[in-house]
Design a binder for this molecule. Structure first.
Ligand SMILES: Cc1cc2nc3c(=O)[nH]c(=O)nc-3n(C[C@H](O)[C@H](O)[C@H](O)COP(=O)(O)OP(=O)(O)OC[C@H]3O[C@@H](n4cnc5c(N)ncnc54)[C@H](O)[C@@H]3O)c2cc1C
Length: 435
């Protein structure tokens, strides 16, 4: 049995569902195929869903600033009813703690100045007044608990912070996918769950659709790989993996949840924070908890894994590293004996920047390499991918003359060469989740 579509989207995570809505809105007949049983059940379900603008490249800052506008305008963007309700965007703001040695934080500050991102600079007194539960000591560079240096006292203080008010987080990332699904369906998009792609069909050297594990196939002149941490598996199926200059791989990550510091209502007084001095980031989490993630400091091991076979349990080593680091910044943090949190995979590219591009196989596109930092960009990435697909299918030579995209909300322009599969490694990248 075979079905037909204009465009098959492999994956129904936040990027795949975002793309379905954008393409359906433009009149294309899309089918998302996902081996999971519902939208957003892949890596998106465990996303910290932080919306921030603290990237190390101008392209990254501009893209994320445009991306944030979609969350602020979510009801209009979805444009349809969802029986499960729409997500809430918690606009709590983001702090980037500053130290003299933190090159990334200084770079972010100068990019925000150059690119007109609204922010305030907070000195130590202002930080202490607004976040009285913070210890402002200088502890870095980050180390692990098995290193004696981990336990040393603070040597002086951090220097302050920058704060941007429109940053925040989405508390239910899977619901955001369902919202996007319902938006796409209202415009004619369809979704097939429990549908595993096992082959990328080709005829005369161009893509012709996908083959599913249950024997069904879908014919389409355009197929987009949005398979998250399985992106490299799908690229190998399509025979495009070797020719790409920038590769992707699945990286295991842990995120931990602990009770907020005693007496602090972190849901209202809390903030999204990037703390490179300690190698962590954190934000409020439901139940007056603090969610703690790793900022990928050099001392932490990088665990690349088979996306179908990896340890899905929290480990004592990483729990101790992340939670103890956070308890230096917030000494009253709850330290439960029982470990709580999630384990999931980033789809990391060689330079931690995404690949939004065509491939050498005509009709086969990729929106991959989201490197733990593209949830926030689902709206703008979908818009950019739709512009790119329409240009290339219309005969434009994107490799020779990269597509330029104008942001729907901010009017800022995005040179899609920045996201090319054939770019050189971008040495301005932080080579970490910060992008
Ligand atoms: C722990 C963690 C924390 C993060 N925190 C943040 C954050 O705070 N802010 C931020 O901006 N970003 C964050 N990210 C990154 C962000 O969540 C991802 O970039 C985003 O969710 C990726 O969405 P996606 O649609 O590309 O992939 P996914 O959500 O992984 O979706 C891919 C889908 O493809 C399907 N699939 C795979 N193979 C096949 C196949 N053969 N056939 C059919 N279907 C297939 C899967 O079932 C899956 O549903 C985080 C990621 C993780 C893992």
């Amino acid at each position: 049995m075979s079905e037909e579509a204009d465009i098959v989207i492999i994956g129904a995570g936040v990027i795949g569902c975002g793309l379905a809505l954008e393409l359906s809105r433009r009149g294309h007949r899309t089918i998302n195929v996902d081996k999971a049983s519902a939208a957003g059940a892949g890596s998106t379900i465990n996303s910290c869903a932080i919306v921030r603008f603290s990237y190390s490249t101008a392209a990254g800052v501009n893209f994320s600033w445009e991306g944030a506008q979609y969350w602020l305008d979510w009801t209009n963007h979805i444009g349809a009813e969802d029986e499960l309700g729409l997500i809430d965007y918690h606009e709590v703001g983001q702090l980037v703690l500053m130290t003299d040695d933190d090159g990334h934080a200084h770079r972010v500050k100068s990019l925000w100045e150059q690119l007109d991102i609204p922010f305030e600079t907070l000195d130590l007194d202002e930080l202490a007044e607004r976040f009285p539960y913070f210890d402002l000591g200088l502890y870095g560079p980050p180390t692990r608990p098995d290193d004696p240096a981990f336990w040393k006292d603070a040597i002086g203080s951090i220097t302050g912070a920058i704060f941007t008010g429109q940053a925040g987080y989405v508390s239910d990332p899977q619901l955001s996918c369902h919202n996007l699904q319902r938006g796409a369906e209202a415009l004619g998009g369809s979704f097939l769950f429990g549908a595993e792609v096992v082959e990328i069909n080709q005829a005369d050297g161009v893509v012709s659709g996908v083959q599913l594990a249950d024997g069904r196939s879908i014919d389409a002149p355009v197929v987009v790989n949005v398979a998250g941490p399985h992106s490299a598996v799908i690229n190998r199926m399509a025979g495009v993996y070797d020719a790409m200059n920038i590769k992707t791989a699945a990286l295991r990550h842990e995120v931990h949840h602990v009770p907020a510091p005693e007496g602090v209502d972190f849901m209202t007084a809390g903030v999204v924070a990037a703390d490179n001095d300690l190698g962590i980031y954190f934000r409020p989490e439901v139940g007056n908890h603090v969610l703690i993630g790793s900022g990928d400091p050099e001392c932490d091991p990088r665990e690349f894994v088979d996306p179908d076979d990896y340890n899905t349990s929290l480990t004592e080593e990483q729990w101790n590293a992340q939670v103890l680091r956070a308890s230096r910044r917030m000494p009253q943090l709850g330290m439960p004996h029982e470990r709580k949190g999630i384990v999931d995979l980033y789809d990391v590219s060689d330079d931690w920047l995404p690949i939004y591009d065509r491939t050498d196989l005509d009709g086969f596109y990729v929106a991959i390499g989201t490197s733990g930092n593209q949830y926030k960009n689902a709206g703008v990435a979908a818009h950019a991918m739709a512009e790119l697909i329409e240009a290339v299918e219309g005969g434009h030579d994107h490799d020779a003359d990269p597509v330029q995209v104008v942001g729907r909300y901010t009017g800022r322009s995005f040179d899609m060469a920045a996201y090319s599969r054939n770019r050189e490694i971008n040495t301005e990248s932080s080579m970490s989740v910060h992008g």
